[in-house]
Design a protein around this ligand. Structure first.
Ligand code: C2E
Ligand code: CA
Ligand code: CA
Ligand code: CA
Length: 278
C-alpha cells in the first residue's frame, strides 16, 4: 500500500510537471508568434433564419506554431491573458477583422457585421476605445459593422461594465453577450446591460431536438431575449432537426457547423456566393 501510494504521488507530480512544462513552452513561443505571423483569423457565418441570409461572421483566431503545431485558443488565450500578450494579439485580431470586412464590402458583397471576441483584460483596458476608434479610421469600416462579443464573467463589476458598454454603444458599435447561460447572477442584470445581441451557449443548443431539458432552456432564453428586445443567436447548430426546432422557437439567427465551419478569409467569397439569390 505504501509503495502504491508513493507511485501515485510520483504520477501526480509528473502530471503537474508536464502541465507546467507545456505552459512554459506555450508562453515562450507565443511571445514570438505575432511577429512571425503565426496567427490566422478564421470566419464563421451567422445566418438570419427568416431570410436565410448571411448577416455576419464571427472571427476566431488560430495559432499555427512551427514548434507546437496547431494550438487551440482555449489553451493559448488564457496564457496570453496572464502574460499581457493578449493586448497586441487582441489588437491584431481587431485590425485584421475590420480590414477584411471592409475588403468584402469593397468587393461588393452584402454588408455584414464582423464579430470579434474580447478578453476581459481588453474589455477593462482604458485604451481599448481609442484603439478601436483608430482601427475604424484606418480601415474605413463603419462602426455598425463591428460587433464586440463579451461574456457574462466579464461583467462582474456591473457598474464599470455598463459604463464601458454604453461608451461602445455610443460609438455606434454592436455588442453581443456571448456564451449566455453559462455564467451566473446574469439574469437580474441582463436588462441593465446595453447590449444588442444574445448568443445562446452551444452547450444548450446541442441536441435540442432530442434533449427536452435543453429545448426548454433554449425556448425560455429566446422568449426572454424577445421581451428584452434583443436579437438572439443560437451557436453550435449542427443538424437539421435542431435547426427546425429553433425555427419553431422563433430564433432570429443561427451559427454552427450545419451552415459552415470557420473558414479562412480566402473562402469567404464562396460562402457569400452560396447564399446569394436566396
Ligand atoms: P466561442 O467564442 O464560444 O466560439 C465558438 C466556438 O465554437 C469556436 O471554437 C467555434 O469554432 C466552435 N463552433 C462553431 N460552431 C460549432 C458547432 O456547430 N459545433 C461545435 N461543436 N463547435 C462549434 P474555437 O474557434 O476553437 O474557439 C474557442 C474559444 O476561444 C472561443 O469560444 C473564444 O472564447 C476563444 N477565442 C477564439 N478566438 C478568439 C479571439 O480572437 N480572441 C479571444 N479573446 N478569444 C477567442
Ligand atoms: Ca464568441
Ligand atoms: Ca460562444
Ligand atoms: Ca465559449
Amino acid at each position: 500500500a505504501k509503495e502504491s501510494g508513493r507511485n501515485q504521488v510520483q504520477y501526480f507530480n509528473s502530471q503537474i510537471y508536464a502541465k507546467i512544462e507545456r505552459r512554459i513552452k506555450i508562453e515562450k513561443h507565443l511571445r514570438k508568434a505575432l511577429e512571425r505571423n503565426e496567427f490566422i483569423l478564421m470566419y464563421q457565418p451567422q445566418v438570419n433564419l427568416l431570410e436565410n441570409q448571411i448577416i455576419g461572421f464571427e472571427s476566431l483566431i488560430r495559432w499555427e506554431s512551427p514548434e507546437l503545431g496547431r494550438v487551440s485558443p482555449l489553451e493559448f488565450i488564457p496564457v496570453a491573458e496572464e502574460t499581457g500578450l493578449i493586448f497586441p494579439i487582441g489588437k491584431w485580431v481587431l485590425q485584421e477583422a475590420c480590414r477584411r470586412n471592409k475588403m468584402w464590402q469593397e468587393l461588393g458583397f452584402p454588408k455584414v457585421t464582423i464579430a470579434v471576441n474580447l478578453s476581459s483584460k481588453q474589455f477593462y483596458d482604458h485604451s481599448l476605445k481609442d484603439q478601436i476608434h483608430s482601427i475604424l479610421l484606418e480601415t474605413g469600416l463603419e462602426p455598425q459593422y463591428l460587433e464586440l462579443e463579451i461574456t457574462e464573467s466579464m461583467t462582474m463589476d456591473v457598474q464599470v461594465a455598463i459604463a464601458t458598454l454604453n461608451s461602445f454603444r455610443n460609438m455606434g458599435l454592436k455588442i453581443a453577450m456571448d456564451d449566455f447561460g453559462t455564467g451566473y447572477s446574469s439574469l437580474s442584470y441582463l436588462k441593465e446591460f446595453p447590449i444588442h445581441n444574445l448568443k445562446i451557449d452551444q452547450s444548450f443548443v446541442k441536441d435540442i431536438s432530442t434533449n427536452s431539458t435543453n429545448a426548454a432552456i433554449v425556448n425560455t432564453i429566446i422568449t426572454l431575449a424577445r421581451n428584452l428586445k434583443l436579437v438572439v443567436i443560437a451557436e453550435g447548430v449542427e443538424n437539421v432537426n435542431d435547426l427546425q426546432l429553433l425555427q419553431e422557437f422563433n430564433c432570429d439567427r443561427v451559427q454552427g457547423y450545419l451552415y459552415s465551419r470557420p473558414v479562412e478569409a480566402s473562402q469567404v467569397p464562396d460562402i457569400f456566393a452560396r447564399f446569394a439569390g436566396n
